[in-house]
Design a protein around this ligand. Sequence first.
Ligand SMILES: NC(=O)c1ccc[n+]([C@@H]2O[C@H](COP(=O)([O-])OP(=O)(O)OC[C@H]3O[C@@H](n4cnc5c(N)ncnc54)[C@H](O)[C@@H]3O)[C@@H](O)[C@H]2O)c1
Length: 282
Amino acid sequence: MGILEGKVAIITGAGRGIGRSHALLFAREGARIIVNDPGCKRDGSDAGDTADEVVKEIITAGGEAIACKYAVGSTESAEQIIQTAIHAYGRIDVLVNNAGILNDRTLLNMTDEEWDTVINVHLRGSFTCLRAAARVMKEQETGGRIINTSSSSGLLGNFGQANYGAAKAGIYALSRIAAMELAKHKICVNAIAPVAMTRMMEDLPQSQSVKLAGGLNPETISPVVAFLASDSAAGISGMTFGIEGRHLFIYRMMTSHGAHSFEEEGWTASEIGKRIDQIAHW
Ligand SMILES: NC(=O)c1ccc[n+]([C@@H]2O[C@H](COP(=O)([O-])OP(=O)(O)OC[C@H]3O[C@@H](n4cnc5c(N)ncnc54)[C@H](O)[C@@H]3O)[C@@H](O)[C@H]2O)c1
């Protein structure tokens, strides 16, 4: 028996790359899958049929899945994705927010549209799907699992990805706050920050080190998501797991040791200037 036997899981952006790998593993572990993907290019344009291909693969292997081609980013599409799951399987146990696009540009050259499209798919898409799924999970009274997809680009920063990094840092915060708010409904919310050789990564400067690390197949990412979706992960919430090949670790926002002002009224600009090294000391 698989660790996700009987569960219904929605996976966004599951037509290719990391999301496809999640869908295939989840199906092997016994989940019924809503394979969400409109099949876009890397910048979010156009549409294709990648979701149908993944569904075919799952069914051929003896699993259960249906395709759902709404593009995440709006409240309407989130509701349509949720309703697809309810209509097909009657419930939702797991949501994996994985869909993503890139529109890289250095800040001074970035257009409003490049900013908005990336924030919309990643941050608004994760929020709207999370909210819609959590409302259903709350009504079901059986708890649930939500796994979001962040990135080292947002958690550590990456040149040329202000839009993408801002969205991914937002997803880190969204995951922590959702974990706090949804704990009373037994809904666990976590995030992953993966590295894998996919279309998203293929021509970026970091792809060289990924190639040197042996290619980092998307299949290396999915076990951590399957674990977080399973009953074994009850009580694990608000965490962001970095997964880079065989290295699995936790990201956490940290503060320096800092310093206390010697002045009764608190810090003055000149005291800060004198003690900046101490304030910033880790
Ligand atoms: N590959 C990496 O190293 C890496 C690193 C950090 C984070 N990530 C994140 O992992 C996730 C998966 O990325 P990937 O590397 O598999 O990329 P990918 O380009 O191979 O796959 C992304 C999928 O998302 C789909 N998609 C795009 N816009 C969508 C929308 N509005 N609604 C639904 N689906 C949509 C695309 O059609 C595509 O199938 C993304 O959130 C990405 O930001 C990837």
